[in-house]
Design a protein around this ligand. Structure first.
Ligand SMILES: [Zn+2]
Length: 181
């Protein structure tokens, strides 16, 4: 049974500026209770395959991740995948976990989506193309599943115990600390 209530739907519509499509459940909630990640069905109601199973809806996190992306963090991560075998292995495991989660949702909903079989999101398993995707996965799956998603959240100073929805941004901007801007 989905945990996506009418109140959650209203919050997500406000976050995205449009209603979310194909919602399966809330993937991660802020400490205040608002959805920050939604879990989506692998095929949208209009028939389109949808590979981003964990979709980050939190606008303020998305905005700061956009800044990180603009500062070249993805290229640095991508380079490390080529030089750090442990990281590369862990990242491939994150890809496998992503696909397994999607398969479970597909089985529950009776979906068959061959168009995206074996394709995860965000560049996994060997590219880094979207930190929003990786962070959404890391939030929903918990620490230790997606290493580069965990890193992205750490760069933002993200703390699961602190609300990210209102008030001044509660954490220092990691990109400055890294000297990337
Ligand atoms: Zn909050």
């Amino acid at each position: 049974m989905s945990n996506f209530s009418d109140a959650d739907a209203a919050v997500v519509t406000a976050q995205l500026g449009r209603p979310a499509r194909g919602v399966h459940a809330v993937g991660y909630r802020c400490v205040c209770g608002k959805p920050l990640v939604i879990t989506t069905e692998p095929r949208l109601p209009n028939g389109t395959p949808f590979p981003t199973t964990y979709y980050l809806t939190a606008p303020r996190i998305s905005s700061r991740i956009g800044t990180l992306e603009g500062n070249g963090v993805m290229r640095l991560m991508q380079d490390r995948l080529g030089t750090d075998p442990q990281l590369a292995s862990d990242y491939r495991a994150a890809h496998d976990a992503y696909l397994a989660d999607r398969a479970a949702i597909a089985a529950e909903g009776g979906f068959d989506v061959p168009e995206i079989e074996g394709i995860s999101a965000g560049g996994m398993p060997d590219r880094v193309k979207c930190l929003h995707v990786l962070a959404g996965h890391a939030l929903a799956a918990g620490p230790g599943v997606n290493p580069l998603g965990d890193e992205t959240l750490a760069l933002l100073g993200f703390d699961r115990a602190v609300c990210v929805c209102e008030g001044p941004w509660p954490w220092p901007e990691g990109s400055r600390e890294l000297g990337l801007e």
